[in-house]
Design a protein around this ligand. Structure first.
Ligand code: ATP
Ligand code: K
Ligand code: MG
Length: 656
């Protein structure tokens, strides 16, 4: 199986593959490097990727996209910052659903299931990758990451690792852009401005340890290219007093996006035209870069704020002991600021980056593809079958503060304890922490919450620590080890209880000589733990059901494609031979009776195909194949006849 890395963006997805000479981007079924993360679900047909996006305009209600922004978030959270053109519903647990008709039935699908469909497509394009490294935004929460892994599992892809966007970029940059002879530590900054988010990371590359430590990560998770498109669209709507429906707004936005891209390279006044934008009326106007920059000035300010925060945070670490505020806001250390993401091409944004860091940003990497390339490099590092001279390691950054609370499940008389923070914002990934507490009775429950961007505590998980056998003990020491794993997900690694061991006292002769207190021997008992509730966690059972539903859909897609292909084959055959049977040169290979019958059969089949089309139903593939085989009986005679004549000719030429 290929060694792959996936970049799933809000808009665009890329697939990287490790080959002998290095890392490449895989072309999709349309020979394009990027695949839109779109899914179009029509009653009898599912389209994915490019084909789905092409269908959007005529199927707005049934074309789903923007999916990575929808996973692991509640309906209410999503409604706060998304403006979705397709209908969505709120489920009983506050989750988001779309209602669709598939495989002859109505279904409610989660965003995770829809994203799994995109991953099915990526898997197909990747030539059946069974496992891969997948990116996520640096700001993804525990739950969002779990849902991403779920989506991959549903598509039957094992996630080797979740790698945050900028960690992927840093990995790729340090591997390919920094001289292997370099021995000194370097502090580097990476900035990603995509379709819907802005992120900045400052890292410390230590060539001696081959490690890249992420020092700071800052972001605005709702600020990117789509805001600029919308600013342009709103400007034109205002200017021309347009009253647009959803479909027209999407078309206008698409044209604004094109215009925006042109403006990145061209500072002249540029035209924009959309035919029949509304009620058969054409729309046209013009725009120049300066006006665009004014329209987006506030957004660009917000980008600067993100970058300033990242610089400040990393300086806090680098100048740990400095009391001077000046040291925190100036850039003394960072010599490289590499910008990536589609929107990093906007000249005004590059200027803003320079404003903050004081030096010109570079773009030596492929701004669109590097996240996928970095994920693929990580995949190669993890693969035993791929030899890499120098493996680099990213020590990642936990983007949220995580708090814990624990309590005795059956003892409301005992107080709840809280540890806040339990994992600090900015602690490394992975990270393990041990707590020692006094346990009066089992089970003990741990609750976790993370502190979101506006400072609210959001519960996301509950673990129970218990013992399978009944233990009797007086209040005892309990050790619990909790871990942020390689993917940044919380786990209970182990829990142990130290209880008195009555046997130990009697068996040992030595202990009697020591004091009464010391005579007590303790034994350590390993405890069990289970998830009581964890956002984004799916049981095996549930996951299996979702997997099998997705594989049914894959089968249905395959089946439909085979039917379409066999129908097309029949159609092509008919047109080709109907045409050839009119040409005299073929007469000599078939007698006139057979020719008449063949022509009639062709005509009948053509009529049958047309009637079939009116039915809007496809037949099974064998029906088309049988018809084709029947027709081939005639055409084979002719092709054999032609072959015989040609063979003779050849023989004649050789003999002469
Ligand atoms: P995100 O990282 O936010 O989830 P993404 O990874 O899908 O999204 P990218 O592919 O990095 O996003 O960038 C897409 C955005 O970049 C789109 O908004 C697109 O219009 C914009 N973009 C692409 N090329 C240019 C250009 N030349 N000038 C301005 N903007 C551009
Ligand atoms: K992308
Ligand atoms: Mg991106």
């Amino acid at each position: 199986a290929p060694i792959c890395g996936f970049d799933i963006g809000t808009e665009n997805c890329y697939i990287g593959v490790a080959v002998k000479g290095g890392i490449e981007i895989v072309l999709n079924d349309y020979c394009l490097r990027s695949t839109p993360g779109y899914v179009c679900l029509l009653e009898k047909q599912r389209e994915l990727g490019v084909a789905a996006k092409q269908k959007q305009n005529t199927n707005i209600q049934r074309t789903f996209y923007n999916l990575r922004r929808l996973i692991g978030r509640t309906y209410d959270e999503i409604m706060k910052d998304e403006n979705l053109p397709f209908p969505v519903e709120k489920g009983p647990n506050g989750e988001l659903f779309v209602r669709v008709f598939l495989l002859g039935e109505e279904h409610l699908l989660t965003a995770t299931q829809l994203l799994a469909m995109v991953l099915t497509k990526l898997k197909q394009i990747s030539n059946n990758a069974l496992e891969c490294v997948i990116n996520c935004p640096n700001y993804f929460t525990d739950c969002q990451k779990r849902e991403l892994i779920n989506a991959a599992s549903i598509a039957n892809i094992k996630t080797l690792k979740i790698l945050p966007d900028l960690s992927a970029v840093a990995l790729y940059y340090c591997f390919y852009r920094i001289d292997t002879k370099e021995e000194n530590n370097q502090i580097l900054a990476f900035v990603d401005i995509g379709a819907s988010s802005t992120q900045c990371a400052v890292v410390n590359f230590d060539p001696k340890k081959s490690s890249i430590q992420v020092l700071a990560v800052e972001y605005d998770n709702n600020l990117g290219g789509r805001n600029f498109d919308e600013a342009l669209a709103n400007y034109f709507i205002e200017q021309k007093k347009l009253n647009l429906n959803k479909r027209s707004k999407i078309r206008l936005m698409a044209e604004c996006e094109k215009l925006k891209k042109q403006m990145s390279a061209n500072s002249n006044v540029l035209p924009i035209n959309v035919e029949c934008l509304y009620e058969d009326t054409d729309f046209s106007s013009t725009m120049k870069r300066e006006t665009f920059e004014e329209l987006c000035a506030e957004y660009f300010d917000r980008i600067e704020t993100v970058l300033q925060r990242a610089l400040y945070k990393s300086n806090q670490i680098v100048f740990e002991n400095s009391k001077k505020e000046e040291d925190k806001v100036s850039n003394y250390n960072i010599k490289v600021i590499e910008v990536i993401g589609g929107s990093s091409r906007i000249p005004a944004i590059k200027k803003r980056v320079k404003n903050v860091f004081g030096i010109d940003p570079t773009s030596t990497l492929n701004a669109d593809e590097v996240v996928a390339l970095g994920c693929t490099l990580q995949s190669a590092f993890l693969s035993p079958s791929f030899k890499v001279v120098r493996k680099l390691k990213v020590i990642d950054y936990q983007p949220y503060q995580i708090n814990a609370q624990y309590y005795h499940e059956n003892r409301s008389d005992l107080k709840k304890y809280s540890i806040s923070p339990f994992f600090e914002k900015g602690c490394t990934i992975p990270f393990t922490k041990q707590v020692i507490l006094t346990c009066h009775e089992l089970p003990i429950v741990f609750d976790f919450d993370y502190v979101n961007d506006v400072g609210e505590a959001c519960s996301f998980g509950k673990f129970k620590i218990f013992s399978k056998e009944t233990l009797t003990f007086s209040p005892s020491k309990m050790k619990v080890r909790l871990r942020i794993d390689d993917n940044g997900l919380i786990q209970v690694s182990s829990a142990q209880l130290e209880i008195e061991d009555p046997n130990a006292v009697e068996d040992s002769s030595k202990t009697k000589e020591e004091g009464e207190e010391n005579a007590k021997k303790f034994k350590t008992v390993d405890l069990e733990h289970e998830i009581l509730w964890l956002k984004g966690f799916l049981t095996e059972d549930k996951l299996d059901k979702l997997k099998s539903f997705e594989s049914d859909l894959v089968l249905a897609d395959k089946n439909l494609n085979e039917r379409i292909d066999s129908k097309n084959a029949l159609e092509e055959f008919i047109y080709k031979w109907r045409d050839q049977m009119e040409r005299e040169e073929y007469y000599k290979y078939i007698n006139s009776d057979s020719r008449r019958i063949f022509m009639n059969e062709l005509k009948d089949n053509e009529k049958w195909l047309l009637d079939d089309e009116d039915n809007c139903e496809l037949q099974s593939k064998t029906i088309y194949q049988e018809r084709l085989n029947q027709l081939r009986k005639y055409s084979d005679k002719i092709t054999n006849g032609i072959k015989e004549v040609n063979d003779k000719k050849e023989l004649y030429q050789i003999l002469n």
